[in-house]
Design a protein around this ligand. Sequence first.
Ligand code: KG4
Ligand code: ZN
Length: 352
Amino acid sequence: MNVLGIETSCDETSAAVYAARPDGAGDLKSNVVASQVDLHARFGGVVPELSARAHVERLPAIVAEALSRAGCAFCDVDAVAVTSRPGLLSALLAGVSYARGLAIALDRPVYAVDHVKAHVAAAFLPASPETPEFQPLAPGDLPALAMVASGGHTVLLKMNGPTAFDVLGTTRDDAVGEAFDKVGHLLGLPFPGGPEIERAAAGGDPDAFSFPIGVIRGHPLDFSFSGLKTAVLYAMAKLPARARRRRVADLAASFQKAAIAALVRRAVAAGRETQIRAFVLCGGVAANHALRAAMSAALATEGARLTVPPVRYCGDTAAQVARFAAFQIAEGAPPADPGLDACATSELFALQ
Ligand code: KG4
Ligand code: ZN
């Protein structure tokens, strides 16, 4: 069956067609992503109202493009899947309203997908000619541990099944991607800071500054990034104004080293605690090559196998939304109520 995925939780408008077999495995026929980075760059962050308006304007063309690249017409769509939570409420509502309307018009079911869980589903997307080295995770590899490292979340999960998770740890303040973006801003780098810091760090000394790794006493699998961010601010304040620009690469490299160490430390600790040897790293920050390399090396030492989606499937895409919905359908999960609403928080935290 052809699942049409729709993603509008933040600043990417995306639609994808995934052709699923009854067990959920299948082919990704198309995945179209329209970034709004240019729209928000001059504000230094995502402006929710602008984001929602841009989704409303762009969705019809993005969906048409996804269908056309997949060689499908609307009548070939068997199910619609949409990110309904978590994210910017007005942005989510743009996608949810569109998906509801389309499902009614086509007389097809609509599946509600949680964005955090969908990031993990990217690990199950098939390898393609553009990503031949990628070895996807298989349901038979579960249970697995999964770390979602994004702009909105930093969460460590135990994946009991492709759609069933326990939360082992989460951030107490900033998400790691948020810390990258805020430190990027402090360093005078363009928005979004994550990829800019990675670029700047490549020319810097990661040992130039010693930055702290946030620890939550009594909760070794939880994260904290606000202290690290403040440490970068203080380190900058101590530098003579003229030296700041010259030290951007060193500050970026030292910050990145500490942020990566915080993630790797929790991954190793969770593996030891649960004795689970399969690990997924996903979410926008998983695009960071230094993080991918550090996580892979640390988990190899622990005898664990790391699966990281190809860089193009680490950020927000509808491919992962459709892939997650294919699991829901295979498991016999009911479609969403026609009155489906959006919600700003993840289901994962509602259960705690
Ligand atoms: O998953 P995502 O696209 O959106 C959310 O669900 O939040 O993650 C976006 C985050 C942003 O904070 C962005 O700066 C960060 O991922 N990011 C990176 C890199 N590419 C994107 N962080 C570090 N290094 C990168 N290469
Ligand atoms: Zn995301």
